[in-house]
Design a protein around this ligand. Structure first.
Ligand SMILES: C[S@@+](CC[C@H](N)C(=O)[O-])C[C@H]1O[C@@H](n2cnc3c(N)ncnc32)[C@H](O)[C@@H]1O
Length: 345
């Protein structure tokens, strides 16, 4: 499938990443007659061809360069973007939570810059098929170019279909044949009906959304169809660590939020799962069940007796009274014995 091997000695046409003096990085595509000119000297590409990945070479001035093929995550983070990309941490979770397997038929929308497409193509392997839908032609072009750059060619098992998923999916994929569908778009709920039609029984739909309101809306839509298992939602936070000598600690900075994942599985036609209690929830506000979720017992605090609770109420009132007296003193107002300010003051 791919003309560029992810490992082995360097060959002409390989994209490689050079880390030179002061950690400065350059990405080049190896050509027999190519040269990298910097103010530190000249590095001939032919000096790299045939060397093992991870070699160090010297340029004309004796400066050393570490040469490595970029990993998929390096490429994705530096490639040109049309739309926002799925970050590697989320792509990894998407592959696992959507259970994308070698040989799977996978539908993806929108394709955006093609970052997720690269992970999906890897996961399905040459026996699988990826159909990527994108309603913007210009974004589809960016994705095609990025994927060709990384893989060295456009994979034969990858189709990009330009159009809105709602219209294009039923025309492009026979009903009940897709193993997995991954949606990364603003309004995935608009596509759930066609996705339900296209998924094979037991197939997985996964939506990647940026906000809690999108998460809620798509969850309720999926639930309301009655065609899927109960949706499951999660987010992934990855915190890097600095590990050097005795300085072993989390990094000071991290990517704190990217998006949420929500998955559900297509039920067989006519199947009604035993637990349908929470299905098709119509409520707009909070019910007793939601409030119960925040009781001390539910959030892990120990249960409290009535006597104990009365004691805590007295303690809380005493603290509030003290705070009022202090506030009154600051404003020079006389306070009543129970701490209430004198309204006539
Ligand atoms: C955030 S980007 C996708 C990024 C992509 N997953 C990546 O990793 O590079 C969302 C894309 O969905 C496309 N889109 C939104 N709604 C769509 C729909 N109904 N059908 C097809 N594409 C859609 C947008 O044009 C946009 O390019």
């Amino acid at each position: 499938m791919s003309a560029v091997r992810p490992s082995g000695p360097f060959r002409e046409g390989d994209r490689v990443q050079l880390t030179g003096p002061k950690g400065r990085m350059h990405t080049i595509t190896l050509r027999e007659d190519g040269e990298l000119h910097t103010h530190q000297g000249v590095l001939r590409h032919r000096d790299l061809i045939g060397l093992p990945d991870g070699s160090v070479v010297e340029n004309s001035s004796g400066h050393g360069y570490l040469v490595l093929r970029p990993l998929l995550r390096d490429f994705v983070m530096s490639m040109p973007r049309g739309a926002a990309i799925v970050y590697p941490k989320d792509a990894a979770q998407i592959v696992t939570q959507a259970d994308v397997f070698p040989g799977a038929i996978v539908v993806e929308a929108g394709v955006g810059s093609g970052a997720l497409s690269l992970s999906l193509l890897r996961a399905i392997g040459p026996e699988g098929r990826l159909l990527s839908f994108e309603r913007r032609d210009d974004f589809a072009e960016v994705a095609r170019a990025n994927i060709e750059t990384f893989l060295g060619e456009r994979p034969a098992n990858w189709d990009v279909i330009v159009g809105d998923l709602v219209d294009a999916l039923p025309e492009s994929v026979p009903a009940g044949t897709a193993d997995r569908v991954v949606l990364d778009m603003l309004a995935p709920w608009e596509c759930i009906d066609v996705v339900a039609e296209t998924l094979t029984p037991g197939g997985v739909v996964l939506c990647y959304v940026a906000t809690a309101t999108q998460l809620s809306r798509v969850a309720e839509y999926i639930r309301g169809t009655g065609l899927f298992t109960e949706p499951e939602a999660s987010e992934t936070m990855v915190r890097g660590w600095h590990v050097e000598g005795l300085a072993v600690r989390p990094d000071h900075r991290m990517v704190a939020h990217t998006g949420f994942l929500i998955t559900a599985r297509r039920l067989a036609p006519g199947a009604v799962p035993p637990d349908v209690k929470r299905r098709a929830s119509k409520k707009a506000g909070y019910g007793d069940e939601d409030v119960e979720l925040w009781t001390p017992g539910a959030v892990g605090d120990r249960e409290i007796t009535d006597k104990n609770l009365r004691k805590r109420v007295r303690e809380a009132q005493k603290a509030a009274s003290g705070a009022r007296i202090a506030a009154d003193a600051r404003t020079d107002r006389p306070a009543s014995p129970d701490g209430d300010s004198d309204p006539s003051a």
